[in-house]
Write a protein that binds this ligand. Structure first.
Ligand SMILES: [Zn+2]
Length: 262
């Protein structure tokens, strides 16, 4: 979704604060720092479940390669220096660890199908996976939920752990040009034009699933009208809004756990 005039007016024109880089090395380091912080936040929010879950960041120079977490390492321990880079064939080209086969199968196909996507996030977070079992899209119940209004989809075909590229391709196809896809009986997957954005959408989507589960358990929630949901999506659901929403979380986790930058 492009930044709209409404969004710029509502949030201020934060696009002027988007980082620029003098060299590709600087941009790579910036993405890796955001990625390591994303893992620490996933750990902080309890989105880890054993060895499941992955966030990827496209390399700014080698566009068919991406950075990902080392397989089996706790999100809460991941530092910039722990991240590994894989090529389009799943071969580790930088870093000393293996990569989760499912991470490669899903993320390589998402990055390939969506050249605009810099980062993709997936984990087996509790409320996301509970919601996914219902096989339904999220409703516009809250202002935050409107970020996903008309901008997420459902992958309605669970067959087991995603190990082959064909299934990754089908997930990428289900994602389409949206910011998120609900993988039925599995969990959530979000993407963004920055690591910041993909991580933010994941965090707020997980909480949106929690909010809808709570609301429906308690009664019959009132939906926001389609017109108001569309309008609000323009205010809270754009790339810059997503990027900016991540910044207080980044500041928080770096101040609390500065070793993530090592
Ligand atoms: Zn998974």
């Amino acid at each position: 979704m492009a930044t709209t005039a409404t969004e710029a007016a509502t949030l201020g024109d934060f696009s002027q604060y988007l980082p620029t880089f003098a060299t590709v090395e600087e941009e790579r380091l910036h993405r890796k720092q955001r990625l390591a912080a994303g893992f620490r936040l996933f750990g902080k929010y309890g989105f880890d479940e054993g060895v499941a879950g992955h966030i990827t960041a496209r390399d700014p120079e080698h566009l068919d390669q991406f950075w990902v977490n080392p397989f089996g390492m706790n999100f809460k321990h991941i530092r910039v220096s722990d991240l590994v880079r894989v090529d389009r064939n799943g071969k580790v080209v930088e870093g000393n660890a293996s990569v989760n086969t499912a991470a490669f199968a899903i993320h390589s196909q998402v990055h390939e199908a969506r050249p605009d996507v810099v980062a993709a996030a997936h984990s087996h977070s509790l409320h996301g996976k509970a919601w996914s079992s219902l096989g339904r899209l999220l409703d516009p119940l809250t202002q935050d939920a409107c970020a996903f209004y008309d901008d997420h989809s459902l992958f309605d075909d669970y067959t087991g752990v995603v190990l082959d590229l064909e299934e990754g391709k089908r997930i990428a196809h289900a994602l389409g040009d949206h910011k998120a896809v609900i993988l039925r009986n599995h969990g959530l997957l979000t993407v963004g034009h920055s690591v910041d954005e993909a991580v933010w959408w994941f965090i707020t989507m997980e909480r949106t699933c929690q909010a809808q589960l709570l609301a429906e358990a308690a009664g019959t929630p009132v939906l926001i009208s389609p017109e108001a949901a569309q309008h609000t999506a323009g205010q809270v659901g754009g790339h810059v809004a997503g990027w900016f929403s991540f910044s207080p979380l980044y500041d928080w986790i770096v101040r609390e756990q500065p070793d993530l930058l090592d």
